[in-house]
Design a binder for this molecule. Sequence first.
Ligand code: URP
Ligand code: ZN
Ligand code: ZN
Length: 459
Amino acid sequence: MRTLIRGGTVLSTTGGTPADVLIEDERIVAVTEPGVFETAGTVLDATGKYVLPGGIDAHTHMEMPFGGTFSADTFETGTTAAAWGGTTTIIDFAVQAKGTSLVSTLDKWHEKADGNCAIDYGFHMIVSDVNDSTLKEMETCIGAGVTSFKMFMAYPGVFYSTDGEILRAMQKATETGSTIMMHAENGIAIDELVAQSLAAGRTDPVQHGYTRPSDLEGEATSRAITLARVTGAPLYIVHLSAAEALSAVAEARNEGQNVFAETCPQYLYLSIEDLAKPDFEGAKYVASPPLREKHHQADLWRGLRTNDLSVVSTDHCPFCFKDQKELGRGDFSKIPNGMPGVEHRMDLLHQGVVAGEISLGRWVEACATTPARMFGLYPRKGVIAPGSDADIVIYDPVARQTLSAETHHMAVDYSAYEGFELTGKVETVLSRGKVVVSPGGFSGGRGKFLSRDLCQYLN
Ligand code: URP
Ligand code: ZN
Ligand code: ZN
């Protein structure tokens, strides 16, 4: 089956060029000057549109157990929403519960995801129980295509690892060439601040922000970088939200260390003012690290331009306002941590192009090409080139849309971006050559598990 996308502007990390794209079955077979191929079984007219590689969201949590509940999107609903928003690959986190093995965890996550995803997907592994056996199992995970391991300096008693445990896992990462992903917040100090706040009767959602100051993200980020330097491990800081953490990453990168970082749309567009909304509304914005003072946003946009922040992921971890965020009414520490966003990453970052914060090429790079290379998927994913999977988005750069829970496809009862007016909108999405989203609606996907190679940026 041949599909021709013609008349559009094909985007890559260097910007846009008029070109046609020919697809045979699941792969791209040619990218040509306009008009070289006249027809095919299916012809998609992209006149006036961008044609870009499908987005890769390298940080999602579908059906994630957290705080006595589960994130609201299943792999089916979450990947369908992702497709609506122009994301054609997610990398989700399998979560090791303490006392269980990494291999059984991976099996469990395959059971949840396999056969249920609208788009392709891979896994990272959350390591929360470091011991001889789990360290050995990291090798098995790598053999099974899971080449990155998230650890937590936050959440004592749940996911938290001590510096010694982190050091041991990093040594294993160095030995195997795999990547340690770090949730960098000083959880020990934070838990003390949380206890003090509750004891003083300060229980509202905004306290979640006050008890997790940006300095404690900066401190943990510096400590993670030091541990990575001592061990030689590649380090990827997840959901970086604060100027202090960004400075630490920039300094390490300037010194040539294999340190990378992502930020998320919520840190670029939302702030602690959202967390402070009255009538418990702030609970909608409780995630960790917390939303920051607005001045951090300019630093994050700059970090995106300078590549000190090289990836934008969503940390999509939705909990319904009515039934789930409610668990923390009267005690902010019991509000399940996480926010929805998998559907809107491409649009929100395109808004950065419209506003002049980043270039078109940088949009594609941060949202598709770099995550592909960072997590061992390139050139299969992240680029429009012969031989690559035909994961392609046709994007209307001038269409207008207003984000709302009434119209989004995520299985959550609120939008963190309710009423945001955006320029640009996904028109058509192909996942391995199959149209999954078009002006006619969603037409079903057939997502496959992606066995990933190691990070392709290491020096
Ligand atoms: O609040 C958040 N970020 N929830 C998801 C889990 C994590 O730490 O990424
Ligand atoms: Zn985290
Ligand atoms: Zn996360």
